[in-house]
Ligand binder design. Structure first.
Ligand code: SAM
Ligand code: SF4
Length: 446
């Protein structure tokens, strides 16, 4: 029987690997905080660890396969270790994981993370297999300690789960119904982060703009965003992801009046064809989506716009693809994430006819990406000669360049001749001298 070597005062060690989105990355930070709070010690490799956690993603089939591949690696040489599967694959596959990977002892979906301490106690007391798979929780996952990976930009979850039912998407099945945190707890966390030295906050949720304050204050997302941005000491606030259906003009008005809110909106469209949007159950048409883009373009702030695109949804014709390409051209996105449609368990799209071959999806994806690359080359070139404020995120030893990020969420690599102080986490004005499809380059002016 696999058991923890939890005898006496031995420090218990754990390793965690995270797959998928920023929500998962931040969930892992909270899981790490919870484990450290229980006396566990984080280590850098699975080989050193007694307890190995995989925080998984099941948004597309490929992401899901990764965790089983990892678990397979330890099937034979994982003796003495305890394996735990967290996140979306855990929720989706449930106890089937024990059949596929018998050396796993804990399976817990994100909606049950508040039960993790209890599950760990059950494991420690010798239980061979424990699960946290309930979706009917009304709680959000709040932890007394969160171990943040980035010392300058902090994530704050404001809403968990999703109440929409897009025909291709597993999230409502894996992350449960929508639950918003109270505005007071979000503001308290922001204040705490400022006290700890953070100057940039990123508000997170599957659909942040569906936020509804459950407390009597009753703030909507625009009010929460504005108030987080007004916390003294905050320099930048970002948010992701927004759903077009719930995207109201008040969000742009908040950006317009509050300088700490960044010049960037990520507004996933998925397709430029209203026919496909309807089949996807996205709850908006191309025209309604474009109205929101008009608000951004009419703003006095230079708001960068990014999106997500799915190609090869069942029934997508050449004309639908053309509509997506025309939309890319019309909006002139600053960046996109583009994906081939992936069949997901439980989703409505499985029932649709006219599934598109893998080969054809690959062809369509390449066309979309090529079109967008040309748009990015054009758009980024327009920044050459301007001076942009960057938050410094890193240093590239090979090139001697600092790695900065502009308010528009663009990477701006820059040199600072003559300066040798540590710039990490500081804000530097940089003159843009060159532009590529995915980043800008320049020289510090201060
Ligand atoms: N809530 C966000 C929204 O509605 O726009 C999206 C969150 S989802 C985690 C991130 C992205 O994954 C989606 O915008 C979509 O482009 C992509 N995605 C989700 N399910 C997919 C699937 N079955 N196949 C391919 N891409 C998918
Ligand atoms: Fe998935 Fe749609 Fe919910 Fe976004 S809104 S998480 S795409 S179901």
């Amino acid at each position: 029987m696999l058991r923890f070597p939890y005898n006496g005062n031995r420090v218990k060690t754990f390793y965690i690997e995270t797959f998928g989105c920023q929500m998962n990355a931040h969930d892992s930070e909270k899981v790490v905080g919870t484990l450290v709070g229980q006396g566990y010690n984080q280590v850098e490799t699975p080989e050193e660890a007694e307890l190995v956690f995989y925080n998984t993603c099941s948004i597309r089939d490929k992401a899901e396969q990764k965790v089983f591949h990892r678990l397979q690696q330890f099937k034979r040489d994982g003796k003495g270790k305890t394996f735990a599967v967290l996140g979306c694959v855990a929720q989706q596959e449930g106890e089937k994981i024990f059949e596929k990977a018998p050396h796993v002892s804990l399976v817990c979906g994100s909606a049950s993370y508040n039960k993790l301490p209890e599950l760990l106690v059950q494991l420690e007391s010798g239980n061979r297999r424990v699960t946290g798979l309930s979706l009917d929780t009304h709680d959000t996952f709040e932890t007394p300690i969160t171990r943040r990976d980035n010392p300058h930009r902090a994530y704050i979850t404001i809403i968990e789960g999703c109440d929409k039912s897009c025909a291709y998407c597993v999230v409502p099945f894996t992350r449960g119904p929508e639950r918003s945190r109270t505005s007071a707890s979000v503001i308290a966390e922001t204040l705490e982060l400022v006290r700890s030295g953070y100057s940039e906050i990123q508000l997170l949720g599957q659909n942040v703009n569906s936020y509804r304050d459950p407390s009597p204050a009753g703030w909507d997302f625009a009010a929460l965003l504005d108030n987080v941005g007004r916390v003294p000491g905050i320099r930048r606030v970002r948010f992701t992801t927004s759903h077009p259906r719930d995207f109201v003009k008040g969000i742009i008005d908040a950006i317009e009046t509050n300088p700490t809110l960044c010049n960037h909106v990520h507004l996933p469209v998925q397709s430029g064809s209203s026919r496909i949007l309807e089949a996807m159950q996205r709850l908006y048409t191309r025209e309604e989506y474009l109205r929101r883009i008009e608000w951004m373009k009419a703003s006095s702030r230079p708001i960068a716009i990014s999106t997500d695109i799915i190609v090869g949804f069942p029934g997508e014709t050449e004309a639908d693809l053309e509509a997506t390409l025309a939309l890319l051209e019309e909006v002139e996105y600053d960046s996109i994430f583009s994906f081939k449609y992936s069949r997901r368990p439980n989703t409505a799209a499985l029932e649709l006819g006219d599934h598109i071959s893998e080969e054809e999806k690959t062809r369509r994806l390449a066309i979309v990406q090529e079109k967008q690359r040309a748009i990015q080359i054009r758009r980024n070139a327009a920044w050459v000669g301007t001076v942009e404020e960057c938050m410094v995120e890193g240093f590239n030893k090979a090139t001697g360049q600092w790695i900065g990020r502009t308010s528009q969420n663009k990477l701006l690599n820059f040199l600072r001749p003559g300066g040798d102080e540590d710039l990490l986490g500081s804000y530097v004005d940089v003159r843009v001298t060159r532009a590529g499809p995915n980043s800008l380059a320049g020289e510090a002016v201060n």
